[in-house]
Design a protein around this ligand. Structure first.
Ligand code: ZN
Ligand code: ZN
Ligand code: FE
Length: 756
């Protein structure tokens, strides 16, 4: 047995330690930082990226070694986040110097693929400096910023495992890349005008008409001229037009077949946002954050943007420029632009320029593209501050694919394929659940292909072929079919149970608890459509303790687009055929068909859906009689509500049923007595909160979860959470993952944790 040389000096004994660092440590300048710190303190050893995280072996006297560990935390680069830091003592080896070892390949991995990072100040300064060699270069980046997830093809995050592999570094870039003192030391996406990706402007026929800066300037001119620009950004294409130009906005709506759903707006600066919107301090932080999401803000008087951007909506979805390319474009324009996903109706966002020219043919007038391929499709994220907390409503760029760390260690990888709407997939590896960026509704072949690609990418990145595949209980979801085609160990999880588990997972809630799970629709264990559920969750599963009185939905799924159908179904339960006397704004033909359907029970599936109750009240109060997009009627009802309503409607709770008939009867008489829609809506929201408290008292669990798409409604959430807290309950809601079906995949994998 050999003895390693152990020396002593006035700083104490020489020691060697191995630090294993997990977290956001790859692709953020962590290794160069460790290198510089070790050199500064005269320590020896090495640092190495491995698929399981960064390993540091560090050797030296006690004092500098202790200083190293302290400064590792204290001075770490801005994007570095530690999830775990393990420390093992080793025998000193007495080597010389400190080196960065080449990355190792290994089997299992829970190292993190970083989300794309917003451009940093240093890079912006260089980009705006005419004497800098990257002046006006739209792909400038460094170890602290730039693309990550959207260019990663495998782990570890090194240039050959990114779509930058095809660009050979020029001598100047290579020198920076290899110089440990340079801020681009080992910046994997390093590039410049000489060697990196370049812009090109294409016309609607796909013909290139300009290159580089000229392409950018001409694209900006097209936007000024009222044209629609398709811009290849970070994780996909944006469709861009002058947000102040009502005609351009209207043209985009017509061409995109998107009549009503609000468009997101990119403003040139925070000041410009503040001129149009109320910006609370937490919202300002979000706008300026490294994630740089779309933040839902309240409009302040009539904004500079056209009414058609977010019609009949008190909110505006706002973001700031986040890539160098966006900064160049927006500083040139100086006014807000619509920046909506570059897709056709419900298809996923386009990522490839040749595809985009075909898919967006007839929508965009010009295409500003570049030759850096996108490997990970990633839409903009959407967040809303509710009850002082950030709630992610669409989780994508900036957040995905960072994992949610859960209090269960999966023995083998588990894949969940999500639901049907707002789909995401999730992969659980040990105690990490990696969630794909938002994919969208699985209504089209393109969406299904993107869904498969997202599942493959996660499995490939983390080299974790899943043992078990989890899907929704709905037999006809495309995600269900995909899971069944995939493999042997396929498990179905009830929709609302998955919502509950998702909320529990991100909040670290242990059962028992009560899950108030309200949404549009989810397949129930009794083969009916659920959606207004009170589930008692315990360690082994769930029990449906209470739910809304079911009602028939004439036309089934078609009712999601037509709030009057839900209203008619509820009225039919209340008054039978007398219900048909009330004017619901239906054509005589439609009304006739629905009456027959209801009387004979043809294509009238019964549902307990809370979302459809919102629709019905919106239709009855004439607030909204057409759902141009999912949730439009419910949103309109929320916006119309008199938020300070204190009186409520009656309801009954009996034999596991929340009977809404007394409420509906009273709503009708309020309407007939001339109550304003706002007053009815306010009272309706307050009543729902009262129902939730009554149900919570009936069930008797201290912890109450508020989950499901209905809890994107800030007024409902506020009323319910306030009332529950006043009655002594502990309320849990979503923050990291959406309350809507975008959060299902997380809950689905957690069902495996409860089952084992
Ligand atoms: Zn930078
Ligand atoms: Zn270069
Ligand atoms: Fe749902």
């Amino acid at each position: 047995m050999s003895t390693a040389p152990v020396t002593q000096n006035r700083d104490g004994d020489v020691k060697r330690e191995r630090l294993t660092v997990e977290g956001t440590v790859q692709g953020v300048g962590f290794r160069p930082f460790v290198y510089r710190l070790a050199h500064e303190l005269g320590l020896t050893g090495y640092v190495q990226n491995t698929p399981a995280g960064v390993i540091i072996e560090i050797e030296g006297a006690d004092t500098p070694l202790a200083a190293f560990k302290k400064l590792l935390e204290k001075r770490r680069p801005p994007q570095v986040r530690f999830l775990k830091l393990d420390n093992t003592p080793l025998t000193p080896e007495g080597g010389q110097g400190f080196v960065i070892r080449p990355s190792s390949e290994a089997e299992d991995t829970t190292a993190l693929v970083l989300p794309d990072l917003v451009v940093c100040r240093d890079c912006l300064r260089e980009m705006n400096d005419p004497s800098d060699r990257r002046y006006r270069y739209p792909f400038i980046n460094c170890t602290n910023c730039g693309p990550r997830f959207s260019i990663t093809t495998a782990l570890p995050y090194d240039r050959p495992n990114t779509t930058m592999a095809r660009f050979e570094m020029c001598d100047a870039c290579r020198r920076e890349y290899n110089n440990p003192q340079d801020r681009r030391y080992h910046a994997q996406a390093i590039a410049c005008q000489e060697c990196g990706p370049q812009l090109a402007l294409r016309n609607a026929h796909g013909k290139t008409t300009a290159w580089r800066d000229k392409a950018l300037l001409q694209a900006a001119q097209a936007v000024r001229d009222g044209k629609i620009l398709a811009l290849k950004g970070l994780g996909g294409f944006h469709l861009i037009c002058d947000a102040r130009n009502a005609e351009a906005v209207a043209a985009l709506r017509i061409r995109k077949l998107r009549p009503a759903k609000p468009f997101a707006v990119m403003y040139p600066s925070l000041n410009a946002v503040q001129a149009d919107c109320l910006v609370l301090p937490e919202e300002e932080q979000l706008l300026a954050s490294a994630e740089s999401p779309i933040v839902l803000l309240r409009k302040k008087g009539p904004p500079i943007v056209a009414e058609g951007v977010a019609p009949d909506n008190p909110h505006l979805g706002v973001m700031l420029p986040y890539t160098p390319l966006h900064h160049l474009l927006m500083s040139g324009l100086g006014f807000p632009v619509v920046a909506t996903s570059g897709n056709r109706a419900d298809e996923p966002i386009c990522i490839d320029e040749d595809d985009a020219i075909k898919t967006l043919n007839g929508i965009a007038d010009v295409f500003l593209v570049h030759d850096r391929p996108i490997s990970g499709r990633c839409d903009d994220s959407i967040v809303r501050v509710m009850r002082g907390r950030t709630t992610v409503l669409r989780r994508a760029r900036g957040y995905a694919p960072l994992p949610v760390v859960v209090e269960h260690s999966f023995a083998a990888p588990v894949l969940a394929v999500g639901g049907h709407l707002k789909n995401t997939v999730a992969l659980a590896v040990r105690d990490r659940v990696f969630i794909s960026p938002h994919i969208g509704d699985l209504d089209t072949l393109e969406a299904c292909a993107a869904h498969r690609a997202a599942a493959d990418l996660l499995s490939r990145m983390y080299r974790a072929p899943a043992d078990h595949i989890i899907h929704d209980l709905h037999p006809d979801y495309r995600s269900t079919h995909m899971a069944r085609r995939c493999g042997r160990n396929v498990i179905a999880v009830q929709h609302h149970y998955a919502h509950a588990l998702s909320c529990m997972a991100e909040n670290g809630v242990t059962p028992p608890c009560l899950a108030v799970t309200w949404d549009g629709a989810g397949w129930g264990t009794d083969n009916t459509v659920w959606g207004g559920e009170f589930l008692k969750i315990d360690a082994s599963g769930f029990e449906r303790l209470l739910h809304f009185l079911p009602f028939p939905l004439p036309g089934g799924d078609a009712a999601a687009l037509d709030p009057s159908r839900a209203a008619l179904g509820m009225l039919y339960v209340l008054d039978g055929e007398d219900a048909f006397g009330r004017d619901m704004g239906l054509s005589r033909n439609d009304a006739g068909l629905m009456k027959t359907a209801l009387k004979r029970g043809i294509n009238c599936p019964r549902t307990s859906s809370a979302g459809r109750i919102f629709d019905a009240v919106a239709a009855l109060t004439s607030i909204c009689r057409e759902n141009g997009f999912e949730g439009q009627a419910a949103m309109a009802l929320e916006f119309a509500a008199d938020a300070h309503a204190t009186t409520t409607y009656d309801f009954k709770i009996e034999k596991g049923i929340i009977d809404w008939r007394p409420m509906l009867r009273a709503i009708l008489s309020d309407i007939d007595a001339g109550a304003t829609p706002g007053a009815v809506s306010g009272k309706f929201h307050a009543t729902l909160a009262e129902m939730i408290v009554a149900a919570a008292r009936f069930v008797g669990e201290r912890t109450v979860l508020l989950t499901g798409g209905c809890f994107q409604n800030a007024l409902l959430l506020d009323h319910a959470a306030d009332a529950l807290e006043e009655s002594g309950f502990t309320v849990q809601m979503h923050s990291q993952v959406p309350p809507n079906d975008g959060g299902l995949a997380l809950g689905q994998v957690m069902a495996m944790a409860s089952a084992s």
